[in-house]
Write a protein that binds this ligand. Structure first.
Ligand code: SF4
Length: 320
């Protein structure tokens, strides 16, 4: 299968001040050397606890943040060092859907105008053509034509997210980074937005990087899933395989919380001891060793590599 996106050894480190004078600096290693790829028409789920670096990964791939190291290859082009101006042409094919639709819409701009503006920026100069496309997009995301003239505050949270989705689709992107797209919505409407995103992905052949802490949603949406812990990917596998047979002790603990997803299954919930260590000073060797019940001497001495364990399944653990 052809790759739409390939990320190699991606790092995003932030310098942080250590003392009042700002002279001594420490580094937060939010993303610390990840490799991943997404095929055309594929949904890759990215999961992990809050603060593991998954949103930073999405924003760095989109070049909203500059990477510290590594390579981002999108549709065969190395965009790692692209200028803001060069990135404008990339954004025609790569878009973002944020968690909070209210924050990503201009409160003074009518819904229809917010979408039309994107078309204008991307050089759709004919006004009638823009208006027609906006009507088409409203239709696609299940909004009524009369709502084109409304302001963001006149919509519900779910409707606002539909506007954001329509705006992301305006220029026919190939890849959408969905960063917790339903986390800010009422539980009652989350399923509607998830179904809308799934339907559009299939119908338009889109690729998604689907970032979420909600494992049920990720399982439903994704073809493959990558599990992230403290700035590293610890396991990737096809979604069914990962949820049926997680191999990394962290994935096992994380996924045990949704055991009831399969009726009749008896899988014990694994409670992780201790806090997530600081990304300023992560543990030596395996980063998960301070919370892993299988930790052995070599886990503190040697950092495990992401190993191929068959098919499309990779795991970063000395047990495998
Ligand atoms: Fe646990 Fe060691 Fe595997 Fe890390 S490498 S997950 S500490 S067994």
């Amino acid at each position: 299968m052809n790759k739409i996106l390939e990320v190699k050894n991606l790092k995003k480190h932030y310098p942080v001040k250590k003392n009042l004078y700002g002279k001594t600096r420490e580094t937060v290693k939010a993303v610390d050397g990840i490799d991943l790829h997404i095929n055309y028409g594929e949904v890759l789920g990215l999961v992990g606890e809050s603060g593991c670096g998954k949103s930073t990964t999405g924003r760095t791939i989109l070049r909203l943040l500059d990477p510290t190291e590594g390579q981002i290859i999108f549709q065969g082009r190395d965009i790692t060092e692209y200028s803001r101006k060069q990135m404008r042409s990339v954004y025609k094919d790569m878009q973002l859907i944020f968690q909070d639709p209210f924050a990503s819409l201009n409160p003074r701009k009518k819904a229809g105008n917010a979408i039309e503006e994107v078309l204008y920026v991307h050089k759709v100069k004919d006004k009638a053509e823009r208006k027609e496309r906006v009507r088409e997009l409203f239709n696609m995301v299940g909004l009524r034509q009369e709502e084109l003239e409304k302001y963001p505050h006149e919509f519900s949270g779910g409707q606002r997210q539909r506007i954001v989705i329509a705006r992301a689709l305006a220029v026919n992107p190939k890849l959408i980074v969905c960063d917790e797209p339903v986390a800010a919505l009422d539980v009652s409407i989350q399923a509607q937005i998830v179904n809308l995103l799934t339907g559009l992905q299939k119908r338009l052949g889109l690729s998604y990087l689907f970032i979420s802490h909600d494992l049920r949603v990720v399982k439903y949406m994704s073809d493959r899933v990558a599990v992230m812990y403290l700035g590293k990917i610890v396991e990737t596998a096809p979604a069914d395989e990962l949820f049926n047979n997680p191999l990394h002790p962290y994935s096992q603990a994380l996924l045990s919380s949704i055991a009831a997803i399969r009726p009749g299954e008896k899988r014990k919930k694994i409670v992780l001891e201790g806090e997530v260590p600081s990304p300023v000073n992560p543990p030596s060797g395996c980063r998960f060793r301070t919370r892993c019940k299988y930790a052995m001497k070599r886990c503190s001495e040697i950092e495990p590599k992401l190993k191929h364990v068959g098919g499309e399944h990779f795991v970063r653990c000395h047990l495998h």
